[in-house]
Ligand binder design. Sequence first.
Ligand SMILES: CC(C)(O)[C@@H](O)C(=O)O
Ligand SMILES: [Mg+2]
Length: 573
Amino acid sequence: MTRHFDKSRLPSRYVSVGPERAPQRSYYYAMGIPEEDIAKPFVGLASAGNDSAPCNITLDMQADAARAGVIAGGGMPRRFNTITVTDGIAMGHQGMKSSLVSREVIADSVELSVRGHCYDALVTFAGCDKSLPGMMMAMLRLNVPSIFVYGGSILPGHFKGDDVTVIDVFEAVGKHAAGGCPLHELIALEKVACPGAGACGGQYTANTMACVGEAIGLSLPNSNMMPAPYPDRASLAVAAGEQVMALVERNLRPRDICTRAAFENAARVVAATGGSTNAALHLPAMASEVGIDFDLFDVAEVFKSTPYIADLKPGGRYVAKDMYEAGGVYMLMKTMLAEGLLDGNCITVTGKTLGENIDEVTWNPDQKVIRDARTPITPTGGVVGLRGTLAPDGAIVKVAGMKRLRFEGPARVFDCEEAAFEAVENREIAEGSVIVIRYEGPKGGPGMREMLATTAALYGQGMGEKVALITDGRFSGGTRGFCIGHVGPEAADGGPIALIEDGDTIRIDAVEGTIDLDVGEDILAERRTRWQARTNDYGSGALWRYAQNVGPAYKGAVTHPGARAERHVYADI
Ligand SMILES: CC(C)(O)[C@@H](O)C(=O)O
Ligand SMILES: [Mg+2]
């Protein structure tokens, strides 16, 4: 395809046009790039590829495949890499404090690489929880024509006749501690649960954010659900590379795509799939990059009127591969649009509207993963926002697949996850208790740890539905049970969660959307006079810096003011 691009209006003119840029061009000649290619638009291919986990190991290959598409579309591909922190490996120890912080570092590193080298467009490749929103945040921040590519999910493992994922291993740890799973069985399971490349297989955080990528319009239709090991991922990457050049020609940018209606579409798809509570953090963070106020309460408002449709783990039965075979996110959105649950007018990276993309999909009645939106699994309630005296700044709970939606019980308070985990392992938690894990918020942790090790241990012991757990930290997309996260204001900021004492009555109602601490005002006022702010152990480095800058969870736990100063938009320089 021959396209003509006017380089004088593209950012790359700053490094490649004019006699004063001869030194910069020398570097390009050094890399074997001929003169006519230096004259083309530069396209950053941002890969989160590395050896740290199976989610990331195919990303460089996919980014490299996209080069051919960029070249065919008339551009010059420039691959670069960023870091990741893999939750599954960081889980259950201090390493998890680096996870959410990595989202900001990923966004910042992509921003700096693109700004520094003046790339005109961007295709991003991510495979793990924080790299997905991190990449999309960078795309929105930079606002150059961009496409997001998810590296794809892992295939399910097979154990004793069932499909399994890494969550089964986390839960088996709890079962083992409770005497319900012999060590040899745990070891046999750990060896087969993750059979190759790709991100964790259920509707956990990575797959949830992959669905967001398509629903919000930043990914090509039905590209993200294809499992990572499938060879066709290479052609998807080529298509993304080629399509981004069409976006450059048309000057269609992420902020044209990610309107408020697009964010609402994305939130609906999260709830309809019983997706990860982390989406209630990442969507506000992404919206802040666009200058749209779309906080936890806006997300929760959308959740309230969204039926739970896709039968996916952890609440349901199927994994991402099944979702792909059933027709993917677009099959889900087909039935949602038909029921008026989506705004079909939002523009997407195809250059067409979401509705036009959906028109190209035929409804498949012969699959079991995605229900018709008229006959959902439950009429609402994949994920529910909460607010009340215990959480004036809100909280979030995933109720997909849960039988019990109300809980009242005495508090059992812990000031860090390790202390709570130890009590769970030692079976010291009484049935009916509300476990409180605090000082784990964005600032307090710092880093708002995800607490799958503790919640899965509870579930594995059969206590998942017999206790509730509340925290100013977060949960995995794989967490099951009555687990309420993102409680705000966080304990480090002196929120009500900091004032809870053992035995206080806590009431949670996921039908009404409330979370309350049953302690009188006067008692709380007295406790506040005794309360002392706690410091965490991080006095320097990235975690310290994050704690200094981070905002509240309900606004996405971000570290900068977001898109307010429009004149700083990179693509408009
Ligand atoms: C390890 C998991 C399952 O990936 C988790 O980090 C999540 O948030 O879903
Ligand atoms: Mg996670």
